[in-house]
Design a protein around this ligand. Sequence first.
Ligand code: ZN
Length: 196
Amino acid sequence: MVDISLSRREGRELDTATEATVINHYESIRSDPEAFVHSCLFIEWLLNSITGSEPSHPMYHLIRSVLDNFAEGAPFWPVLCSGIEKALRLSGFSMEIDRCTRCGGDPGGSSIWDASSGGIVCENCRSGNSEKIPQGLIVFLRKSRNGRLDEVRNLKLWRGGYRQCFELMRRFAEIHLETRIKLKSLSVLEALENDR
Ligand SMILES: [Zn+2]
């Protein structure tokens, strides 16, 4: 991570870097291929999903916190998924998990998901667009929203659960950001996981 000072002269469209200082070069991430590829995937997600150039302190702290957790070593997936959930929220694309996104009512124990309407729907509001998702994903998203990354990193899901969570958030983001999220590091991560 680098602290960079930019200045822009009046009438210019490009910033000039006036000072750059390394905050942390994360030696332990660089030397661990798994930590490295998870970090790349998180950063790549942000590059795909954040627009605008205004500085954001909460986003800075989130990125730093995700990388600090990756630097601690495995597990990586809970931190990655929670980091993405928090990043979506900071960018104003929060997934609704407490109220039915159609009628605003209490969704009860529903785990019916409707990405296009913004999240969970109650039994009465399910439609052709909605899908039943594992209850554990809703539980994870709730815990991620209310917990710090170092608390969330110890949460366990079933085998493949975090990957499901990741794809759920990806579909959600693609609909609401109206863009395809292309992630080159995902195939590198898959190759690494298949090699294990
Ligand atoms: Zn409803």
